[in-house]
Design a binder for this molecule. Structure first.
Ligand code: MC0
Length: 142
């Protein structure tokens, strides 16, 4: 069902400064940048390995666009740091349904739009050992 780590999401206050840190200190390449208004984030995807063909893994840097967004709440409570982990699948709806069958709350009954044209569904952190967990079906365009 879940075939790889798609990305690790990191919450930050200053997207430009955090991007520069990971690019310049670790040498990760900036692969993509976008705003997701539904999720209330401005984000940068830094490629860790592979190519943008659905097999690469990324660091996803997340800066909130509004104070009532999940990432803004997370930053206010915890400060900067790891916000979620995302696993790749070829069938986000089917995988979410199967995981939900194990008693895990699926936060997105209908998959939503994720970064780089992906389809995503979140799982409740309280049902995943305290880790906000995301399932990602990469875009064919990746
Ligand atoms: C909240 N909690 C977390 C957490 N966020 N625990 C671990 N990791 C996180 N990221 C914990 C809180 O500490 C709290 O625990 C409890 O969950 C309730 O949190 P809350 O914020 O007070 O309550 P809710 O229910 O309003 O929101 C939590 C929930 C929400 C996870 C349901 O943040 C959500 O729906 N998240 C999914 C969407 C999301 O995060 N979008 C941003 C990334 P205590 O013990 O105090 O009760 S968008 C993204 O990443 C996209 C663009 C992409 O990947 O492509």
């Amino acid at each position: 069902m879940l075939t790889r780590i798609d990305h690790v999401g990191i919450a930050c206050h200053d997207l430009a400064a955090t991007t520069a840190f990971y690019r310049d200190t670790f040498g990760f390449e900036v692969a993509h940048e976008e705003v997701n208004e539904e999720q209330g984030v401005r984000e940068v995807m830094l490629r860790v390995n592979g190519t943008d063909d659905g097999e690469a893994s990324y660091l996803q840097l997340l800066e909130p666009t509004r104070d009532d967004s999940p990432v803004a709440k997370f930053l206010a409570r915890n400060g900067e740091g790891v916000h979620h982990i995302a696993f790749g699948t070829s069938d986000v709806a089917g995988t979410a349904g199967a995981i939900g069958g194990h008693g895990v709350r699926v936060l997105d009954a209908q998959p939503r739009a994720g970064s780089m044209g992906s389809r995503i569904a979140f799982l409740h952190p309280k049902d995943c050992g305290g880790v906000l967990t995301e399932i990602v079906q990469a875009s064919d365009r990746r």
